[in-house]
Design a protein around this ligand. Sequence first.
Ligand SMILES: Nc1nc2c(ncn2[C@@H]2O[C@H](COP(=O)(O)OP(=O)(O)OP(=O)(O)O)[C@@H](O)[C@H]2O)c(=O)[nH]1
Ligand SMILES: [Mg+2]
Length: 231
Amino acid sequence: MKSLIIIPTYNEKENIKKLVNQVTELGFHILVIDDNSPDGTGDILEKLKLENEKINIMHRERKLGLGTAYIQGFKWALKRDFDYIFTMDADFSHNPAYLMGFLDKLSESDLVIGARYVKGGGVVNWPIQRKIISRCGSFYARTILCFPIKDCTSGFMGFRRKVLENIDLDEIKSEGYGFLIEMKYRTYRHGYKIEQYPIIFVDRLHGKSKISKNIIWEAIFLVWKLKFRIK
Ligand SMILES: Nc1nc2c(ncn2[C@@H]2O[C@H](COP(=O)(O)OP(=O)(O)OP(=O)(O)O)[C@@H](O)[C@H]2O)c(=O)[nH]1
Ligand SMILES: [Mg+2]
């Protein structure tokens, strides 16, 4: 069984080397999708790749967003022989140590979600406002879409290949949090088995957050679109 970890990056020079080393040492292949980071993340990756054959890099011309990065990454993985495909942030909010547990759960489920808002999960170092927005966002999406997912905006996920083969990736146009909700909802509507795996999410120690207010608004409207469009 072969697994690929897809990691989108934009200005992650403080994190990328350590992260890539930790993930590949666990035996995983990695695809980093870098949007021409002005801080030179792409160059650091090219150097690392010379010594590590598990590293793959996709360079994009400019900052094109998390959603399109993942869609391109999924398509790249499906052209190759990967059985399990994971999504993960580069900023160590998603601890690579959980990947083995995800993999274990994927033997009996189709999607594993690293979930903060289940028993055993949690968030460390976020200000109270951010905690409230995130929890309310998940509650809002779960209620409107009537689906039993506790952490709808988690970006730490593991998919069985067949899920990505059967979701129409070209139909997905959402970004940021909207994209993360949409992937979970489409997987659920297809009837796939979803496992919520408790994780402790730690706020980034290095580098800056790239999320914007627009992305929160987009997610608020998207939930209604998904409710009426996806049967
Ligand atoms: N390729 C690419 N990667 C991106 C883009 N925007 C964000 N990322 C990466 O996506 C991941 C998540 O972005 P973050 O800024 O950490 O977003 P977040 O985790 O919601 O916000 P923080 O909690 O503040 O870190 C990180 O690995 C970023 O480097 C983008 O436009 N293109
Ligand atoms: Mg982050």
